[in-house]
Ligand binder design. Structure first.
Ligand SMILES: [Zn+2]
Length: 164
């Protein structure tokens, strides 16, 4: 699978672009990037759910890549966001919009890595929609590169901020 750093940092990076160029910092406070970054790892909670389930049942089932890796989950967060939106609760609406977005970025990355996931859960997902790029073989290297790029970016970015 695409590894943790890639999931978190790419979600933050994409959200950060939207923060800078679309929404502006007022509408998009910085903490939402953290929320989005964690949501970017969110679908992999099924790994932990699998441990818990097997611990309880004593079986060796595998939930990984099933319901949490689906547009269904993305939609649930979106519906919650819309609910808060219409309640005029901007703060919680934004939080759930960002969770939904971070979750979606995760699905996109897994898809890009060519990993079979139940994207349309509970319906079957055609195998043919997954690209066969072979990127997945470089998951560890990609993770390392992304992490380094991120550190460099943060360093440069905070230097730029020092001028103001
Ligand atoms: Zn995943």
């Amino acid at each position: 699978m695409a590894l943790a750093a890639a999931h978190i940092i790419i979600a933050i990076f994409i959200l950060d672009l939207f923060r800078h160029y679309v929404f502006g910092k007022k509408k998009f406070p910085r903490y939402l990037l953290i929320v989005g970054g964690i949501a970017g790892l969110g679908p992999d909670i099924d790994v932990i759910l699998t441990w818990i389930l097997n611990f309880i049942t004593g079986n060796s089932d595998n939930l990984h890549g099933t319901f949490t890796h689906s547009f269904f989950f993305v939609s649930v967060f979106l519906v919650i966001a819309l609910f808060f939106h219409y309640q005029k609760d901007k703060k919680w609406a934004r939080i759930f919009y960002v969770i939904s977005a971070g979750w979606l970025v995760h699905l996109f990355l897994d898809w890009l890595y060519g990993e079979y996931k139940f994207l349309f859960w509970p319906f079957p997902t055609p195998m043919s929609i997954f690209p066969n790029t072979g990127i997945v073989n470089y998951a560890i290297e990609i993770d390392a590169i992304i992490l380094v790029l991120w550190l460099v970016h943060e360093e440069i970015y905070s230097k730029i901020k020092d001028y103001y």
